[in-house]
Design a protein around this ligand. Structure first.
Ligand code: 3PG
Length: 311
């Protein structure tokens, strides 16, 4: 029987990326349904009810949504982080969950440097700023995004350190990145520290006073990872205690934290008005098409690469 694939993107892909995703689904002989720019959970619950597979981005696929997905066999996160899907409930319902690692890594990496240069140059206020060349950059986690950031950092002439307990020393060495001996060692060495850890039970609230206080004078923290990994109360304490500390983030903190950062520390903070990391034409195409192809491979060839929930 023909399959139905839902493309559910509250934050849509470009029209061209969407059309190419739909074309792959149709070429496989499947039905493509598109749900874009929707508001609230109800439209997703309705649309997912008839889907055999779904492609999604930061859309929330919680237990309530998965309960409604009576035919669903596969959910593909067009992107890297899959903390927005309840993977355990999916597993219990025999729904495989995949991501598309690396497909938007360059887009995120470029944004890191766009934000860094903007803040290092005082938000282009006409006064003397600073350069990135010769500075130290720490990468907290060395997955596909961390590696993209390392490549670009080399072009800027930065010295790059990395810490990732899941990555072998030779992988750091091959990328010209010096492996820090511990997470504390990484923060102590890094004038710029870029977060690339996922949001998990272990990492939530883990970036706070203890680590940030270790960073050298003039430190800048960069967050293109997840809001939840930051201990926001402690971040504000660090801002109070250190007039040299700066923060750039593509991930909106809570409204209260954002308001305090803006009111009290605006010169030392840059927050993107919307999450921009993966919002390039290229990343939309890369991640969207990879997701569509993974769905066809799963149904036609039982290709189970990229499954992240142990099925
Ligand atoms: C990811 O995990 O791939 C990024 O956070 C991108 O998220 P987005 O698809 O919602 O922009």
């Amino acid at each position: 029987m023909s399959k139905t694939v839902l493309l559910a993107t509250e934050k849509p892909f470009s029209a061209s990326a969407r059309d190419q995703v739909v074309a792959i689904i149709k070429e496989a002989g499947y039905t493509a349904n598109v749900l874009e720019s929707y508001k609230g959970k109800a439209p997703l619950i309705e649309a997912i009810a008839s889907a055999d597979a779904v492609i999604f981005r930061s859309d929330i696929l919680d237990a309530e949504v998965l309960d409604a997905a009576k035919n669903l066999k596969l959910a593909v996160r067009a992107g890297a982080g899959y903390d927005n899907i309840d993977t355990a409930t999916a597993k219990a319902k025999n729904i495989a969950v995949m991501n598309t690692p690396g497909q938007n890594a360059n887009a995120v990496g470029e944004l890191v440097f766009g934000m860094l240069v903007y803040l290092a140059r005082g938000k282009f206020d006409g006064k003397t700023g600073s350069e990135l060349r010769g500075k130290t950059l720490g990468l907290h986690a060395f997955g596909m995004v961390g590696r993209a950031v390392a490549t670009i950092a080399k072009g800027f002439g930065m010295t790059v350190y990395g810490f990732d307990p899941f990555v072998k020393p030779e992988v750091f060495a091959a990328a010209g990145v010096e492996a820090a001996s511990s997470v504390e060692d990484l923060y102590s060495k890094s004038q710029y520290l870029s977060l690339h850890i996922p949001a998990t039970a272990e990492t939530k609230n883990s970036i706070g006073k203890k680590l940030l206080s270790l960073m050298p004078k003039g430190a800048t923290l960069i967050n293109t990872a997840r809001k939840e990994v930051i201990n926001e109360a402690e971040l504000l304490e660090v801002f109070e205690a250190r007039p040299d500390f700066k923060y750039v983030s593509d991930i909106a903190p809570s409204d209260a934290t954002a308001a305090t950062l803006k009111e009290k520390f605006d010169k030392r903070v840059y927050l993107t008005p919307a999450k921009m990391g993966a919002q390039t034409e290229e990343a939309n195409v890369n991640a969207g098409l990879a997701a569509a192809r993974q769905i066809v491979g799963f149904f036609e060839k039982n290709d189970r690469n990229f499954i992240v929930n142990g099925l």
